[in-house]
Design a protein. Structure first.
Length: 85
C-alpha cells in the first residue's frame, strides 16, 4: 500500500520482496506464486512461494486481489486513494 503512493512504484529498479510461506526465505514478489487460503501476517490470505502451483496467482493477480480487499474494508478512509485497475 505504501509503495503504491511513491513515484518510483513501477520503476524497473524497485525491488519488492516477500517471504516464502513455507521456508521463510526472501523471494522476488514479482516472480512469486501466491496461494489463496494461507494464514498470513497481513491478513490477505495469500501465501507467497518461489515455485509455480496450480491455482496460484501471479503478482498482478495477487496485487489486484489485495487492492480490492483494501477498497472493501477501508470503510473509514484511513488509506490514501487506491489506483484503478
Amino acid at each position: 500500500m505504501w509503495l503504491q503512493g511513491q513515484p518510483f512504484h513501477d520503476a524497473p529498479g524497485t525491488g519488492i520482496w516477500v517471504n516464502d510461506w513455507r521456508t521463510g526465505q526472501w523471494i522476488d514478489a514479482r516472480r512469486a506464486t501466491y496461494l489463496p487460503g494461507q494464514m498470513t501476517p497481513m491478513g490477505y490470505g495469500l501465501g507467497a512461494q518461489a515455485d509455480p502451483h496450480p491455482g496460484g496467482l501471479d503478482f498482478a493477480q495477487a496485487r489486484q486481489r489485495i487492492l480490492q480487499q483494501e477498497r472493501r474494508f477501508d470503510s473509514h478512509g484511513t488509506h490514501p486513494p487506491l489506483p484503478n485497475l
